[in-house]
Design a protein. Sequence first.
Length: 378
Amino acid sequence: MDRSHLFLLSLFFGICSLMALSNAIIPILPDLDDALQIQAFIYSAYFFGAMITTLPGGIISERVGQYKVIWIGMILTILSGVILTSTTDPVLLLVTRIIEGIGAGLFVSAALSWINYQRNHTRLSGIFMALLNLGLLLGLLGGGWITGILNDTTAGILFFTILSILSFVILFICKGTQGIQAVSTTPHTGVQEWKPLLNDVYGMLIRQAPLWFSVIVLLGINGFVQAIYPEISGLPAQEVGTALAVMNLATIIASLTAPWFRIEPVLLIRISAVLMGVFVLIFIEYPFSVFIMGFVAGLIMISQISYLATAEEKQGVAMGLYTTASYAGMTFLPAIGGYIAGIFSVSTASALIALLAGICVVLIGACRCRGFVDSHDS
């Protein structure tokens, strides 16, 4: 295996271990604080950190190359994992989760940017998103089961911190690899200046506005479900982890099969919004719905990423905006929904979020998704 392939391996292993670390805390949220609102805030703090750094990470990766951004992201995530194993203070947990999210945001945006410059980007992005969700699944399962087996609240977090260190070692071996830095900058014009990149951000933000809204709402619904389920289910950590892992398993299946679907993106997003709006209203009474929600989320993620790969030239900017929108949904919908659920009821919060999905059904019609190619990468 040459070092360029080793670099790709480090991206795949890295995203899996980092996402597992980020999710390992979810099954133990009720053990950290009794208030549903605080649990939702601890959950959302990670995604807030990722939200504020994915766009800068994408822009910076266009200027300095993806490798450096990925390297910094992994260091921040690992350091936050170490801190999370040694504290239960709510304020420190919130701050550390934000730092953890910052690291993950840098890693994800830069890694997706590098992948979208590859010829077989659809297949690679499918594998990347599948491993991302596999990591989330392993974090849920491991965070719950390791905690139960060892009777140690932070044992799962420690385990996945160690795995993240291993993935960092693989990445470090790739340092100085010929070809990585050359691929990591825009292939047409080389390293980019700041002002044109900022103009690209503004133009892309306006041009793809309906798409960004759909990402925020549809992925945010998944975050809302995962944030409040540990508390409202009343199940022990092991069973909570298993139940939520089903959602990520469905997303993995969808991520691997999505490249073979030939569905126009606007239609897929509209159907997904309808399904998400319906199932967020009934997921408590009908647990099987979380599997469907996870599957739909996987299809829509790959469709959106593949569309951006063909519709936009600056992939660092495109993936920075995409991941910012996804993390914005995972930040605000769980936090706001959890707050409303704590004051009023879960059904009230679910109804308001379902209304947002309905708005998405209408607004997405303004998106023409120019550049969509109904074909597969070789």
